[in-house]
Design a binder for this molecule. Structure first.
Ligand code: GLU
Length: 469
């Protein structure tokens, strides 16, 4: 038997990090089993689907390392609509499903209580197809449905507690539960690896597999992803879109390494490991069924490590979208007046050790590429004290006299300027940094001044001086 797994996202919004995790797990599982990984876009919710969401899913998958060619498809659920309807008809004709025109209110009026599921009113009333008649699956009154789950053992559901659920709406269109099963059947799926959120659907779906006469797949419900308050990650509350992380400057390698740690860990207490180790060591049946904490702080730290591990040339390349707006990533609202690749290459190694996400490159180096620095007014007020004007004057004079414009000479010169006033280097360089870069923190100052050059450094210090008493 060839293992066939699938990832089946619905194109109804940004691509969720939990979805990316499931996609990676499916992909690795197929690879390990010598199987096939299928991508199916479940695009039948016409009211919520948008083609751009499908594009977003494909490009986010590509970014995380699942590119076209590494999956079969993409298939589109809508293309299989004929099969969905045929299956509904088969279930009706074999007596496994029946038509019903009850509204929720009808059921409630009959049962006299809160709606607690359908009461089976139309089970044996012989209602035929017609507008407004939904098709319901007749669930068994007895026995249990045992789901074989690689992560959760054998969750068991009592059939009498499963209501006769709708499989096709009043307009004849099949619902998710049925379409999803029929697609898995037609695509020969042997293992369904998906989020825990779908577990309540699974007994119903397995009953459909049985009723349609096909052996159900093996299931694996991977744990729900939660935030630090142990709440399920939600797009209203949390940053869940894979694209948002990409655009902020997370590296795909860091991201996929981190995603695979949700509920699983490689051997030997390691967390940051080469992807090949994950592909080799990951075991679906070792995934912990408990909710997995998506720790953004930890992900950030991971990303910093991945950034530091890049060869400098790759780091320089990776920063380009944030500096020059090239590439597919939406650039932040910042435009260099003039980008200078050599200047950037000169400071890149200093920045590489200091940032955790690539977008942080901007506040670190923007002073190099702007005609005048973007002055952070709060930083200015905090730093410029009595005496700062006089200090800047002295710095200008000393810098003008420098023979060699290099970091070391700049440092010893400014140190001397401070010493004459009884100031430590930290206090001396703060007003110079704000004058030149606009900020209180950043790359090592003297290396920055060396790269910025004599003319621009002096012009900026003089300009700042004019603002001071
Ligand atoms: N389209 C479903 C979803 O996005 C997937 C269902 C499944 O994996 O079986 O939640």
């Amino acid at each position: 038997m060839t293992v066939r797994v699938r990832f089946a996202p619905s194109p109804t919004g940004m691509f969720h990090v939990g979805g990316a995790r499931s996609a990676l797990q499916n992909w690795i599982y197929a690879k390990q089993q010598g199987g096939v990984f299928v991508l199916r876009i479940e695009d039948t919710d016409a009211a919520r689907n948008k083609p751009e969401w499908t594009e977003g899913i494909l490009s986010a998958l590509d970014w995380i390392g699942i590119s076209r060619g590494s999956y079969e498809g993409p298939y589109f659920q809508s293309e299989n609509a004929g099969e969905h309807r045929a299956a509904a008809t088969r279930l009706y004709e074999s007596g496994r499903a029946y038509y019903c025109d009850c509204t929720r209110e009808d059921v409630q009026a009959r049962t006299g209580s809160q709606y607690q599921g359908y009461d089976g009113y139309h089970r044996d009333r012989g209602l035929g197809p017609g507008p407004g008649h939904a098709l319901r699956f007749r669930t068994p009154d007895e026995g249990v449905t045992v789901v074989v789950d690689l992560i959760r053992g054998e969750p068991t559901f009592e059939n009498k507690l499963i209501e006769d659920f709708v499989i096709a709406r009043g307009d004849g269109s099949p619902v998710f539960l049925l379409a999803n099963v029929v697609d898995d059947m037609t695509m020969g799926i042997t293992h369904v690896i998906r989020a825990e959120e779908h577990l309540p659907n699974t007994p119903k779906q397995q009953l459909l597999w049985d009723a349609l006469g096909v052996k159900p797949p093996v299931w694996a419900h991977v744990p729900v992803v939660v935030n630090e308050k142990r709440q399920k990650l939600s797009k209203r509350r949390d940053k869940v879109a894979l694209e948002a992380y990409r655009d902020e400057g997370y590296l795909a390698g860091a991201m996929r390494n981190y995603l695979m740690l949700l509920g699983w860990a490689p051997s030997g207490d390691r967390e940051i490991v080469p992807w090949l180790v994950i592909e080799d060591e990951f075991r679906l049946d070792e995934v912990n069924p408990s909710p997995a904490f998506f720790d953004e702080k930890k992900l950030r730290a991971f990303n910093g490590e991945y950034i530091r591990a890049l060869p400098v040339a790759e780091f320089v390349e990776a920063c380009q979208p944030w500096l020059t707006g090239t590439g597919t990533i939406a650039p932040p609202p910042w435009q260099p007046d003039e980008f200078d690749a050599d200047a950037f290459a000169a400071v890149a190694p200093l920045a590489q050790t200091r940032i955790a996400v690539l977008s942080e490159i901007v506040p670190n180096v923007d002073f190099l590429f702007l005609a005048s620095p973007m002055i952070d007014e709060a930083a200015w007020t905090k730093t410029m004290k009595d005496g700062s004007g006089e200090l800047l004057d002295a710095a200008v004079t000393a810098f003008e006299a420098l023979e060699s414009w290099d970091a070391e000479s700049l440092k010893s010169t400014l140190e001397a300027v401070g010493a004459e006033r009884g100031l430590k280097l930290g206090k001396t360089q703060a007003p110079v940094r704000v004058a030149v870069t606009g900020r209180t923190v950043g790359l090592p100052l003297f290396e920055s001044l060396e790269v910025l050059g004599r003319e621009r450094t002096l012009t900026r210090i003089r300009a700042a001086r004019l603002r001071l008493p």
